[in-house]
Design a binder for this molecule. Sequence first.
Ligand SMILES: [Zn+2]
Length: 379
Amino acid sequence: MGIWWAMSRQRKLIILAGLGVLVCGVVLRSGCIPPRSFRATKQPRTGRALGGRVALVYSKHYQINMGGAERLHPFDIRKYAKIFLALNTDGYILPADVFVPEAVTDEQVLLVHTDEFLASLGNSDTVARYLEMPLIGKAPAFLIDAGILHAFRYATGGTIEAGRLALRYGIAVNLAGGYHHAMPDHGEGFNIYADLAIAIRVLRREGLIRRALVVDLDVHQGNGTAEIFGGDDEVFTFSMHQGNIYPVPKATSDLDVELAGGTDDRTYLSLLGKHLPAVIDRARPDIVFLQAGCDVLASDPLASVAMTDEGLVARDAMVIDECVRRGLPVVMVLGGGYSKGAWQAQYASIRRTLRTYAFPSGPPHPTRPATGKEAVYVK
Ligand SMILES: [Zn+2]
């Protein structure tokens, strides 16, 4: 202790700052200590196509982690982890069944985004604007990178991997993704990397596809995806969204269908049923990406389309079944919708896909109660 008091004020400050950084690092790493089933998702790892037909893609790195501060966010940004956990505890999968992606690389990002955009991610205020979280602008850039951008890079890598897997097995679900507001030169609406567009360009460059269709059923228009593929005849963008909410003004998709506030299951499903077959005919895709945002639910605080959980399941089923019927590979990404409990509707939709195409006689594993640690992690 004597040495401490003998030190100059400046040296003490340097030591304290060093300790501060160390503590920040430790808190960031351990803010959410994942339970065993989460830790088992080693990076990257080959999983197993369920029933030989459905591939699930998930990474523990999808979790945004600001040392626990992310829990103060009003939205449920743990929905990816909750769905993964429920699939495990309800006996549909073992942790080793999921395909674990690598993070998207800068080279892949540049297939869609500009150099300037990539450079802008080093500026805290700019990223805070993209995320619409002004307070984040006060944090050092390296913390934002490790706590938030890192998660989005893995989620984007997941959409790319889900594309490859859908081409191999038929159906792939990335338990994340759908960042359809991201533009080539900037992010917006909580979206940084345009994962759908990046995945399509990567699959094309790998010679796996030529034509693609994006069916965007998030309640917000897929303005980023529409903008990126605006002059591209080989990618068809179809967006069905509420008309009088963000984004304003809207971009122009190949087909936009605007919904009024209060649209119920019946109206929604009959509109989708009317447009979907014609859209697929026009698009002639080699692969279909379904942005399955659950913010069309009546409970969503940012929109006022009034679908029920059952309606959401029927909506996703309509798209997936139509693709399967036509022999088209289909990728589902989760998109928006972070209201409390909304994850359960998306989980029901994924469960329905598994029951229909992988496990017609029910979950293959016994149900397992979540451990206390898991409950803390996904609370
Ligand atoms: Zn949305």
